[in-house]
Ligand binder design. Structure first.
Ligand code: RIB
Length: 308
């Protein structure tokens, strides 16, 4: 099944530091590199590298040609990316000695979507497929309404989390994709063990994918909770690990792999991603993921299934 990603595009300015900056502190970075990123772009590239048919729709700023080129080079259809006079979105990313990151966003053209643009894109995409969204663009609630009216499946990765998410018509989603921080905030609970229960009660028709960093991930669908752990790897840079997980997981679900195999694919793809620097550049090809699984590069992780 094809994917339409009405998603964000960012130029990532990545600064290596030993430790993150503290308030009031000034220090020199160890290095600075520019990468293609944005949760939308990373997820499109991940799903396309996994083997899905992916269409990305967005506005591209004056300085953003490399973003469009990176998607095209990785097999994403870019016909619905339109030029815009604003500058493209960007992210200032610090990556520390543990490979963890902190990210400051500038929205740029990601925040310039119009209802006319969205209506036109949805018309062109047709009535079959899945619309993928992140919370780095404007008009997310409008897109959920319009796409679900057309009978399209809608998946929202509610990242980065903010109060607007609580106003979106989340009950219309086919998939809500969150990490533990986003999940706790949407569910309004402090304990990760209750996130799925609360979200399921509130949005009973929505499947939930909850990623838990180094603790793994779980997926709730059709009355069953599927849980997987995480491979132990040397972490270089965690940027785009969640996006890789999302792209690979959706590829699996849309191509008949089933939940357990989709979780295994996504977990292995993310484990490879965190071993490399950068965002979209660090998303592995499906052949690398298949080889890693076949060669037993990582311990095989089993999935437990519990009725809920
Ligand atoms: O998820 C990683 C991404 O978050 C980065 O590429 C950055 O652009 C921000 O959108």
């Amino acid at each position: 099944m094809k994917i339409l990603n009405l998603g964000s595009l960012n130029i990532d300015y990545v600064y290596r530091v030993d430790k993150f900056l503290l308030p009031g502190e000034t220090k020199s970075s160890i290095s600075m590199n520019t990468h293609c990123g944005g949760k939308g772009l990373n997820q499109s590239i991940a799903a396309a590298k996994a083997g899905n048919e992916v269409y990305h729709a967005a506005y591209l700023g004056k300085n953003g040609e490399m973003l469009k080129q990176a998607m095209a080079d990785n097999g994403v259809n870019v016909d619905m990316i339109k030029d815009h006079e604003e500058t493209s979105g960007h992210a200032i990313i610090q990556v520390d000695d543990n490979g963890q990151n902190c990210i400051l966003l500038y929205g740029g053209t990601n925040q310039c979507l119009t209802k006319e643009f969205i209506d036109d894109v949805l018309d062109k995409f047709g009535n079959e497929g899945l619309v993928l969204l992140q919370n780095e663009t404007n008009l997310v609630g409008y897109i959920i309404d319009k796409a679900s009216e057309k009978g399209l499946q809608v998946a929202l990765n509610a990242a980065p989390m903010n109060d607007k998410v609580l106003e979106y018509p989340l009950e219309k989603l086919s998939w809500l994709i969150v990490n533990e921080v986003e999940g706790r905030q949407i569910a309004g609970c402090d304990d990760d063990n209750y996130i799925i229960d609360v979200l399921n009660q509130r949005y009973p028709k929505c499947n939930i994918l909850l990623t838990l960093g180094s603790r793994g991930a779980c997926c709730y669908a059709d009355g069953e909770l599927h849980t997987i752990g995480c491979h132990k790897v040397d972490v270089v840079d965690t940027t785009a690990a969640g996006d890789t997980f999302t792209g690979y997981f959706l590829y699996g679900m849309l191509n008949g792999c089933g939940i357990d195999e989709s979780l295994q694919l996504a977990t292995t793809a993310s484990a490879i991603c965190v071993g490399k620097n950068g965002a979209a550049d660090s998303v592995p090809l499906k052949s690398e993921v298949d080889a890693a699984l076949a060669e037993g590069k990582f311990d095989k992780l089993s999935v437990t299934v519990e009725k809920k």
